[in-house]
Design a protein around this ligand. Structure first.
Ligand code: AMP
Ligand code: ZN
Length: 467
């Protein structure tokens, strides 16, 4: 498998440090609000990478943090008169509601900054001991000039950065490019005791401490959105490598940005949408499908048109699965005919195309195209129980479910309880029709329509689907 490594600006063969095992860390949300549709992109993409690595047989340990101390949280807690902990706990719960809906599997560990304070303090201490950081009035700063490779990820050098930046002049810092790894308590702010007095960690240091605590000094994959390359990931590298003397992460993956109708999403432009907002209009699974429809490094535009396309695409896959389920229920057990063996070979080739696409820097757009080719083959060749064996029906059904599972889509089953009720109603309607009780038959049909069920007469009997 090849992955584009931001560190080298090249696609590289992915070889984990320990054969068969992958250690992976992704920067998670700051939990002061519902997460927005832009945030959903890295969460979905890196969940898909994790699923794919598992599919390829790797044992993956995945960690994603919750930032539960920062200025935005403190502001919200003051506005709402609630503690920081209450705010964070609430939005962690909300995160899980949306993430579960989007099919994002839970990480092996979801650490929070507040539960990592001891390790953060130890890390800050060791950076001071090694001469990479210094204390100033209760703050602690990392001295970027001391870390010779500073800028290697973003490919900036310090002189350029200084010349081009509008870094706040802060007389406590020895150098404008230094950054805080520990912040002294300000009035009204929550604080933890430390050797430098009461304070709280800076943002960057929490990820370094959590990576080292849960995954070790060198990990395989570190990921997040493009905006995190500088300064967040650059600073994570500086702190971690200065402290351990070892390479921090071997592959750096960054997703492109999501825009809304070709504009940057922002509250001031009134185009800021949370996933929760959008889930009221579109199924969570449609949102996931939409995110997978483009390559993760490209910019992605969010619009109603594209969401409608995603909805239709997903529906096409589900319709195919439902047809196959229907045939499975009504068909007889038998092996494949010779033309079906040919069909199964074509399907296997398409599956290989799916794998090839995913192997090429997680090209989910081409992987989806391969699934659509499979759907097309199935739709045109497996049309009725009289011309299809149970073996080919099971084979193609299993393949679509399997590949859908790798992408985290097309896994829903019809709700069985409700299905029984619907089928009983259809049965009653059939009976009413037989008895020429058209009024009752129409009433049942209308009732089903209200439930979002449409009926279709086929040679195998009445088929129904949700619309
Ligand atoms: P934050 O909570 O702002 O730190 O963001 C969490 C994750 O979402 C990070 O990986 C960000 O890089 C990513 N992110 C934020 N905004 C966008 C966006 N508009 N498009 C894609 N990714 C984003
Ligand atoms: Zn981070």
């Amino acid at each position: 498998m090849r992955l584009y490594n931001t560190m080298t600006r090249k696609k590289e063969e992915f070889i984990p440090l320990e054969p068969g095992k992958v250690k992976m860390y992704s920067c998670g949300p700051t939990v002061y609000n519902y997460f927005h549709i832009g945030n959903a992109r890295p969460f979905i993409i890196f969940d898909t990478l994790r699923r794919y690595l598992k599919y390829r047989g790797y044992e993956v340990k995945f960690v994603q943090n919750f930032t539960d101390i920062d200025d935005k949280l403190i502001k919200k807690s003051n506005e709402e008169g609630r503690t920081l902990k209450e705010i964070a706990e609430r939005y962690i719960r909300e995160y899980y509601i949306d993430a579960d809906g989007l099919g994002i599997e839970r990480a092996d560990v979801h650490p929070t900054a507040t539960e990592t304070i001891d390790e953060i303090i130890e890390l800050v201490k060791s950076l001071i001991d090694k001469g990479y950081a210094y204390e100033a009035n209760g703050d602690v700063y990392f001295s970027t000039k001391k870390f010779k490779e500073y800028g290697k990820l973003s490919q900036h050098n310090l002189e350029e950065l200084e010349a081009g930046s509008r870094v706040d002049v802060d007389e406590r810092k020895a150098d404008p490019m230094d950054f805080a790894i520990w912040k002294a308590q300000k009035p009204g702010e929550p604080a933890w005791n430390s050797p430098w007095g009461p304070g709280r960690p800076g943002w960057h240091i929490e990820c370094s401490a959590m990576v080292i605590k849960h995954l070790g000094e060198t990990i395989d994959i570190h990921s997040g959105g493009l905006d995190l390359i500088f300064p967040h990931h650059e600073n994570e590298i500086a702190q971690s490598e200065a402290a351990t003397g070892k390479p921090f992460a071997r592959y750096w993956l960054h997703n492109g940005f999501l825009n809304i109708n070709n504009q940057k999403m922002s509250k001031s432009l009134n185009n800021f949408f949370t996933v929760r907002d959008i889930s009221k209009q579109y199924d969570y699974e449609v949102i996931r499908f939409f995110m997978l429809s483009a390559h993760y490094r490209s910019p992605l535009n969010f619009s109603d048109d594209l969401m409608e396309q995603a909805k239709n695409g997903l529906e096409r896959i589900y319709n195919c699965l439902e047809n196959l389920e229907h045939l499975k229920e009504h068909g007889k057990e038998c092996g494949m005919s010779s033309s079906e063996i040919e069909l199964s070979k074509r399907l296997v080739e398409l599956k290989a195309r799916f794998v090839e696409a995913m192997d090429d820097d997680l090209n989910t757009a081409d992987a989806l195209a391969a699934i659509f080719e499979i759907v097309k083959e199935v739709n045109s060749n497996i049309t009725s129980v009289s011309n299809s064996s149970s073996a080919i029906i099971d084979f193609s059904y299993g393949m679509i479910r399997e590949l859908g599972g790798v992408l985290g889509i097309a896994q829903k089953q019809k709700e069985k309880g409700l299905d029984v009720e619907i089928e009983e109603m259809i049965e009653k309607r059939q009976q009413a029709r037989k008895e020429k009780n058209w009024k009752l038959a129409d009433e049942i049909r209308d009732k089903l329509k209200d439930m979002g069920i449409s009926l279709e007469d086929t040679p195998q009997g009445v088929k129904w689907k949700r619309v």
